[in-house]
Design a protein around this ligand. Structure first.
Ligand code: GRF
Length: 212
């Protein structure tokens, strides 16, 4: 059986991409990053990919719902197919994915979110968790669908909030956990251990996918 090929989407610095590349290189994840994609030409994630000899592709993505957005969605889907991608990993990707991609990769798109969904969907959620006064923050890897931050949850990690936390310090500790749970979720997918029952994700041989 040939190795799973990943397409990783990132709009920013790409530390999650880096962690995924590292996991693949060490053999913790039985997959290869085939292509990194960004809607931002200057995304640090693209440089990280290039440094590892991984194809780094930029396509501008216009406003959601426009003809340009639909066209970009088709282009991106073609890039993934060309690279024979088997799993799409959204890792700090700030645009909505479109219908062509969703159709071609149904059940094969994951996202990482820096909060314990369904609490705190959206952006800047590390600061929002702190401002709200939660005592346990965290992060979630879930299957993605056409709505942001909504699909079936695969794994979550809790991050205790400290009295002296700032948005930055909390975000940094959440990010450390993100790197761990994303690698684990991808490895489960690569091993064929994830099965959907409605919106419940069952993981073969795993009794709890909560990291506390
Ligand atoms: C992460 O916190 C991710 O959960 C969020 O954006 C951030 C991306 O970080 N959606 P990086 O680009 O992987 O460093």
């Amino acid at each position: 059986m040939s190795k799973l090929r990943l397409g990783v989407f990132a709009s920013g610095g790409g530390t999650n991409l880096q962690a995924i590349i590292g996991g693949c290189e060490r053999g913790d994840i039985a997959a290869d990053v085939a292509v990194a994609f960004s809607d931002k030409p200057e995304a640090g994630a693209l440089d990280r990919a290039r440094r590892h000899g991984i194809a780094a592709v930029h396509v501008p993505v216009p406003k959601t719902g426009t003809d340009g957005w639909l066209e970009a969605d088709r282009q991106i889907t073609a890039v993934l197919q060309e690279h024979e991608v088997g799993l799409v990993c959204l890792a700090g990707y700030m645009r909505k994915i479109g219908p062509a991609l969703l159709e071609a990769f149904r059940g094969r798109i994951m996202n990482i979110h820096p909060a314990l969904l369904p609490a705190f969907p959206g952006v800047h959620v590390q600061a929002l968790q702190l401002e709200y006064g939660v005592k346990v923050a965290g992060c979630t890897v879930h299957f993605a669908d056409e709505e942001f931050d909504r699909g079936p949850i695969i794994i979550q990690a809790a991050v205790p909030v400290r009295e002296d936390d700032t948005a930055e310090s909390l975000a940094a500790r959440i990010l450390e956990k993100e790197h761990i749970i994303y690698a684990r979720a991808i490895q489960w997918f690569a091993q064929g251990r994830l099965r959907l029952e409605g919106r419940i994700v069952r993981i073969e041989g795993v009794t709890s996918a909560a990291i506390l």
